[in-house]
Design a protein around this ligand. Structure first.
Ligand SMILES: N[C@@H](CCC(=O)N[C@@H](CS)C(=O)NCC(=O)O)C(=O)O
Length: 235
């Protein structure tokens, strides 16, 4: 069977993993999850007890959660090294370092902004505090990422890798929460610009929006969430 990536909408970080699967070029399927609805249903705990996306059903029917673990699974099958590097090379170390930074502090810095947006009862004082805390953290994490980058066209070299996939799923949250103009960080902005024009990212963004774009040919269709839970979810 083809692996199935369970991705969340709207604006999920998993969009970047859809792009990575396009870059990988091996057959895969997708399962679409409304993060504001069905992901919160108790039945979704059979896929991920923490009620988060992304998740991956592997080609032998196991469920893997956590972006870093899914990226590891993809890299291990990337025999042609389209989205990763030989694990025993400095390039691989750098790619994983960047990916880990993006998946931890960089992504986490947005948490107060999401919390402000999702307050169940209006609380202007708390909302303002969360927004100020979130903006400060996001700006600081962008400053640090900018300082980590060299002059390569993509994060870890001259082609997009899994690290770029992780970046592009999350970087757009800067605009979503109107934190600061992306141009404030020229190196990040240049990489984002290249990625946003990349056919795999254009495809992944369109899929996330509910469209049915033509991709590279590797995408073999959606599987309904109920089927994925019934077949591969924990009992
Ligand atoms: N550590 C997890 C975090 C995943 C995560 O936070 N996913 C977000 C979407 S990007 C989510 O599902 N949040 C829960 C929610 O929106 O209720 C990973 O890296 O995969």
């Amino acid at each position: 069977m083809e692996p199935i990536l369970i991705y969340g909408f709207p604006a999920g970080s998993s969009m970047g993993l859809v792009a990575a699967l396009e870059w990988l070029g091996k057959p895969y399927r997708l399962c679409r999850v409304d993060m504001l609805g069905e992901m919160r249903d108790p039945s979704y705990a059979r896929i991920n007890a923490r009620h988060e996306t992304p998740a991956l059903v592997t080609d032998d029917g196991r469920v893997i959660t956590e972006t870093m673990a899914i990226a590891h699974w993809i890299a291990a099958r990337d025999t042609e090294r389209r989205v990763s590097f030989d694990p025993a090379t400095p390039e691989a170390d750098r790619m994983v370092q960047l990916m880990a930074y993006l998946n931890t502090g960089f992504t986490g810095a947005f948490s107060p902004l999401w919390a402000a947006l999702e307050l169940e009862t209006p609380d202007p004082v708390l909302e303002d505090s969360l927004r100020r805390w979130g903006r400060k953290g996001v700006i600081e994490r962008h400053d640090k990422l900018e300082a980590m980058l060299g002059d390569t066209p993509y994060l870890a070299g001259d082609r997009p890798t899994l690290a770029d996939g992780v970046l592009i799923g999350v970087a757009r949250w800067l605009d979503y929460h109107a934190v600061a103009p992306a141009s404030r960080w020229p190196r990040i902005a240049a990489i984002r610009g290249r990625l946003e024009a990349d056919p795999a990212v254009v495809f992944a963004t369109a899929v996330e929006s509910g469209e049915t774009p033509a991709g590279s040919g590797a995408f073999k269709g959606h599987v309904p969430l109920a089927d994925v839970i019934a077949r591969y979810g924990k009992a």
